[in-house]
Design a protein. Structure first.
Length: 315
């Protein structure tokens, strides 16, 4: 069954290609676009494409119209990273943007699935959760931090390194969505690597975004690959909502597992008609290197989550 989808931040570098991918999908029947500028033009452009989805664009204070009756809301809104910026540098600006969007979602489509792309994801998802909690509409099974780009990069880099088809690579990436909080479980992917290869691949997966920021030389951050990854995850969510079985993906969620090292954690999950149906535990046979990565990365992730808690306490 096709779905009503909204892209919030649709006129930006991620939002435009992401909106194009949504318009091109048979899983989308009605697509609304929202941003502070330019969405009527983006919507008009997309509306000429000969696919079934209807498209409308909304601006300014009209976010409610974009969110009404939505099944899935994808949120790439916010300012992008620039050279020299970390995801933490984005926090002050994007925290205010995301909390405002979350309030609109709580009011206009509280039962939708919310897919947060806005960086830093490690902090934005806890902020979004707190806003929904305050409104009394929080469903942890339907709030997702989109970490799919880490998996997309991991599959690409492993494919290149091992000379195998990228579609044959299956890799899980857990933890968070910035730097050392990104933990690729290379020991579980079915390929063998030297110690040097593992360290090099891990570093490239963790800091792949920096390659793009530097290559664009001030012209932005990862937008096209992020749009692809965001669409891939959105399609997985919609497949799950449709009742398609065995839909698995990694995503950053509030974890129900008391053994989890942090309150929010990116895990491998099974998606279904109610959102997250099952959170799969970490494999018991992690390598010693992966255990050390987790130990190091989770300290940073805890700090990212605490920053979100402090922000919400100040509101």
């Amino acid at each position: 069954m096709p779905f009503n989808v909204s892209v919030i931040g649709a006129a930006g570098g991620i939002g435009q290609p992401l909106s194009l991918l949504m318009k091109n999908s048979p899983m989308v029947k009605d697509l609304t676009l929202y941003d502070v500028v330019n969405t009527p033009g983006v919507a008009a452009d997309l509306s000429h494409i000969c696919t079934p989805a209807k498209v409308q664009g909304f601006l300014g204070d009209d976010i409610g119209s974009a969110l009404k009756d939505r099944d899935v809301v994808i949120i790439p809104a916010g300012v992008p990273r620039k050279p020299g910026m970390t995801r933490d540098d984005l926090f002050k600006v994007n925290a205010g943007i995301v909390s405002k969007i979350a309030k609109g979602c709580a009011e206009h489509c509280p039962n939708a699935c919310f897919l947060v792309i806005s960086n830093p994801v490690n902090s934005m998802v806890p902020i979004f959760a707190e806003v929904l909690k305050k409104a009394g509409v929080y469903n942890p099974k339907k709030l997702f931090g989109v970490t799919t780009l880490d998996i997309v990069r991991a599959k690409t880099f492993i494919s290149e390194k091992k000379g195998v088809p990228v579609d044959s690579v299956n890799v899980t990436v857990v933890g968070g969505h910035s730097g050392t909080t990104i933990i690729p479980l290379l020991s579980q992917c079915g390929h063998s690597f030297t110690e040097e290869e593992i360290k090099a691949l891990t570093h490239r997966i963790q800091f792949g975004g920096d390659e793009v920021v530097e290559a664009k030389a001030g012209a932005g951050s990862a937008t096209l690959s992020m749009a692809f990854a965001g669409a891939e995850f959105a399609f997985s969510v919609m497949k799950g909502l449709s009742g398609e079985p065995n839909i698995r993906a990694c995503t950053y969620i509030e974890t129900p597992d008391k053994e989890s090292p942090t309150a929010f954690f990116s895990s491998l999950v099974t998606l279904g008609t109610s959102g997250v149906e099952e959170v799969h535990p970490l494999p018991a046979d992690l390598s010693e290197y992966e255990k050390e990565l987790l130990k190091e990365g989770m300290e940073q992730l805890k700090g990212n989550i605490e920053k979100a808690t402090e922000f919400m306490a100040s509101q």
